[in-house]
Ligand binder design. Structure first.
Ligand SMILES: [Cu+2]
Length: 180
């Protein structure tokens, strides 16, 4: 089991323990209350309110996480395009080759020295996707560029004196270009 998997299971166990604690308190509170009709009604409202909150939370999470940008970090790559990325003080190195719009591209991001933040921006300066660039670890990020154009990579984590200069520009071409 990798370290990430261990942390994941420990986190799940912690969340489960907290949830069990809440369920226990809720069950005890219901037992001891002298439930008059008004109280019973208030509890019913509260139950439906919490149920609604849970449904809302799960719904919002599902809606905002799809498509989830982080692939399984240990499974083989599914993306038809792969770009290898190495960050170091203070530049980005991207493996050469055209990146096509409309086709998922997997960025395999690592660092040669310290932690960096790999952030992809469009021409108007809007952040599109990001992941950490960490020494000794390759983080995989999948993104599909909606349209051709110029895009930029900026460093999102302060990494030393010339952190602000750690940027590179790359082109994304249309799917019909670059085939000849
Ligand atoms: Cu950096």
């Amino acid at each position: 089991m990798t370290l990430q998997d261990e942390v994941w299971w420990i986190t799940l166990a912690g969340i489960g323990a907290v949830a069990l604690g809440f369920l226990y308190v809720i069950s005890q509170a219901g037992r001891q209350a002298e439930a008059t009709q008004v109280q019973a009604r208030a509890y019913a409202i509260r139950r439906w309110f919490f149920l609604g909150l849970i449904v809302l939370g799960v719904g919002v999470a599902a809606a905002t996480l799809a498509p989830f940008p982080v692939p399984n970090q240990h499974a083989p790559s599914q993306a038809p395009q792969v770009v290898k990325v190495v960050g170091n003080q203070w530049a980005w190195r991207l493996s050469p080759g055209p990146i096509k719009a409309g086709v998922p591209v997997e960025f395999q991001v690592t660092s040669a020295d310290v932690n960096h933040g790999f952030g992809i921006y469009d021409a108007s300066g809007r952040l599109l996707a990001q992941t950490q660039a960490m020494p000794g670890i390759t983080n995989r990020l999948v993104y599909t560029f909606p349209q051709p154009g110029k895009y930029r990579v900026l460093c999102l984590e302060y990494c030393g004196l010339a952190h602000h200069g750690m940027r590179v520009e790359f082109d994304v071409i249309g799917t019909t270009e670059g085939q000849s």
